[in-house]
Design a protein around this ligand. Structure first.
Ligand code: WTA
Length: 645
């Protein structure tokens, strides 16, 4: 049975005229032409793009090789992504600002491309002095400070493979990842600022090291919070190490397929997977998609709020924007510290032109109220982006109207750690948008919605696959190629399975419906829980909703909704009745939750995704045995459980 879609959304927004006229891709016709070109002769298309995006020290001799599930791109070529991010800009635009960093305590640092280049080179030389060779793994466990960017680019410069671990992860999670990657050196800091307190990074590193990372030889410690820094054992100070190093470093010209980074991502079961990306294919796609999707030009002040510990931070804080020579804003801390308007304050003071953030943040701001946004002059903004989860139409509309003043195109970008870069998205000057839809695939990308028999669904719901290889696809899972095959290429032999459910509408637009694990079968109807959530949020008084299934004798599965309300709204039977009625009206009786539970917050991963698998256990009254290493706030879960008692 295919997945039924029940969401009704009829609003369409054309790209703003003035925007389209100046955009890199100016019309739907232009997009369609590129799409057709890529389809007709993929190798010629990709070769042209790779030559435009990257500096090639040695040109590639073959465009691609595909022996499912293994891909190789731009074979025989040599390049270096640190060179592409930095050196390429030095001659003409070396004094242009590369980074505008703002710490949570409001300290700041700006670095021009020239200054960033010098810092990267010093660290690259220092890593070499520590014995790091091309192909060696280097761990990065840093706050969102300039050091994180410098660390990644220094690794890329010498051909070392970086593996960034999000600073919010525990010592145990850090140990597992570093041991799996076989990291030789770990770059960290004394701590980072979050919600007015210090995240004890060095303490966590010490606990991780004590638990055992056999490959680890050195820990390099940057000073951030000024907590007392008595280095011990194999620890060395970042500044002391870099000071003595020269400010230039010849880049290591690596093969296109040389590994660039390993990034761990958690699956719904089992230990985290080390997603491996290589150099040229990943780099050309990060660069190209940044320019097309965010319509980047040199004078943009671009802010992607993701942490470098996630793939969004890799592709769209560091590699993509820097290859395009723009000014990147980086913010260290929490979105509501010291007040609910910190984001808007940052946008106003730095004159941010492009904002790329996550639905979870957008919904949180919606809940806090419009007044915090309206207090600030946000007229510098010209484009808004969203990533990480399906964005509910109501949140999309709020983002567009309240944050974007109704004048900025909104790009809802669908992609994954595994895809390396954005695959499905509107192009802001070309694609008419529909709130809640990631719209159409980029040229060269071939997604397909398939039913359970593997038949292509022309209109309707099913599982989302990508049926042709693309340059920035993951190459394998580090150390576990068998798991790579079973996870991504066994659902349908040879086709990349995304794990997501999606619907295609009459215009061929894609509507992402969440992970297929989040699809429930209610009385014979397979519903995407994301759609029921959208219906709940559209009632107007709901801030956020998560809907999960609970085993039910009668219906197979019953729907349980966890709902947080906007500030000042009262929970109670009257509210429950209103919500049931509303969902009945929006979707139909079939989607009316069997149970509604009000909560003050929902459990989330640190990257903001609602942890539905935990909610499923709560709904079923089970004690969760699930891995909670990525859970942001365990107290939220405890509160949900107590509610029952
Ligand atoms: C979800 C983040 C709907 C999806 C870049 C995907 C989305 C998973 C969207 C990957 C979107 C991401 N609309 N769902 N625009 N973007 N997702 O690896 O379920 O952290 O498979 O990569 O997030 O999450 P990841």
């Amino acid at each position: 049975m295919s997945i039924e879609s029940v969401l009704q959304e009829n609003r369409v927004f054309a790209p703003p005229e003035g925007f389209a006229a100046r955009a890199h891709i100016k019309s739907l016709a232009e997009y369609r032409k590129l799409y057709a070109e890529a389809e007709r002769d993929p190798d010629a298309y990709w070769a042209a793009r790779a030559n435009e995006e990257l500096h090639w020290q040695t040109p590639f001799t073959k465009v691609s090789e595909w022996q499912a599930p293994h891909a190789k791109w731009f074979l025989g070529g040599k390049t270096n992504l640190s060179y592409n991010c930095l050196d390429r800009h030095l001659e003409k635009r070396g004094d242009h600002l590369a980074l505008r960093f703002e710490g949570e305590p409001k300290d700041s640092l700006t670095l021009t491309y020239r200054e960033l280049h010098a810092r990267v080179c010093r660290l690259a030389n220092a890593l070499k002095a520590l014995g790091v060779k091309p192909g060696d793994r280097v761990g990065i466990y840093l706050p969102m400070t300039s050091e994180a960017v410098i660390a990644m680019l220094a690794c890329a410069r010498i051909g070392a493979v970086h593996s960034v671990v999000f600073g919010g992860f525990s010592a145990e999670a850090l140990r597992d990842r570093m041991a799996d990657a076989g990291a030789k050196v770990l770059l960290t800091a004394d701590g980072g600022w979050r919600k007015g307190g210090v995240v004890p990074l060095l303490e966590n590193v010490r606990a991780a090291v004590a638990a055992g990372i056999p490959s680890l030889q050195k820990v390099v410690v940057a000073q951030r919070t000024g907590v007392s820094l008595e280095l011990k054992g194999n620890e060395v100070g970042w500044n002391a190490l870099c000071e003595k190093q020269p400010a230039t470093c010849e880049p290591e010209w690596v093969d296109s397929e040389h590994p660039l980074f390993i990034l761990y991502t958690s699956g719904s079961t089992g230990k985290p997977k080390g997603v491996l990306h290589t150099t040229a294919g990943y780099g050309m796609w990060a660069s190209l998609t940044s320019r097309w999707v965010f319509d980047l030009r040199h004078d943009d002040v671009y802010w992607c709020t993701a942490d470098v510990g996630w793939v969004t931070g890799h592709s769209y804080v560091v590699y993509g924007p820097l290859m395009n020579g723009v000014t990147v804003v980086m913010y260290e801390g929490a979105p509501t510290t010291p007040g609910p308007d910190r984001f808007w304050d940052i946008i106003e003071r730095h004159r941010v032109t492009i904002l790329y953030t996550a639905p979870t943040a957008i919904r949180a701001f919606m809940r806090l109220g419009d007044e915090h946004v309206k207090k600030h002059d946000l007229r510098s903004l010209r484009l808004l982006g969203s990533v990480g989860e399906p964005i509910n139409p109501e949140a999309w509309m709020w983002y567009r109207d309240v944050v974007g003043g109704g004048r900025c195109p909104v790009v809802d970008t669908w992609w994954q750690t595994e895809t390396g870069g954005i695959l499905v998205t509107p192009l802001p000057g070309a694609t008419p948008t529909k709130p809640g839809s990631a719209t159409l695939p980029l040229p060269g990308i071939h997604p397909a919605v398939l039913d359970d028999h593997g038949q292509k669904v022309e209109q309707g719901g099913g599982k989302l696959f990508v049926v042709k290889p693309w340059p920035s696809m993951l190459r394998t899972i580090w150390g576990d190629d068998a798991r790579f095959k079973t996870t991504y290429f066994s659902e349908r032999e040879g086709l990349y399975f995304t794990g997501d459910g999606a619907r295609v509408d009459a215009d061929g637009y894609l509507w992402l419906m969440g992970r297929v694990d989040d699809v429930v079968n209610v009385a014979g109807h397979r519903l995407g829980t994301a759609e029921v959530e959208s219906a709940l949020v559209s009632e107007g008084r709901v801030a956020e909703a998560a809907v999960v299934g609970r085993p039910d004798d009668l219906k197979g599965t019953a729907l349980v909704a966890f709902v947080t309300l906007k500030a000042g709204v009262e929970a109670g039977d009257e509210m429950k009745a209103a919500l049931l009625k509303h969902v009945g009206k929006e979707i139909g009786a079939i989607a009316r939750p069997d149970e509604i539970r009000f909560a003050s917050a929902l459990p989330k991963t640190r990257s903001g995704k609602i942890m539905r698998r935990l909610l499923r256990d709560v709904a079923a009254g089970k004690d969760s045995k699930q891995d909670t290493t990525t859970l942001e706030d365990l107290s939220v879960l405890a509160a949900l459980r107590n509610d029952e008692e």
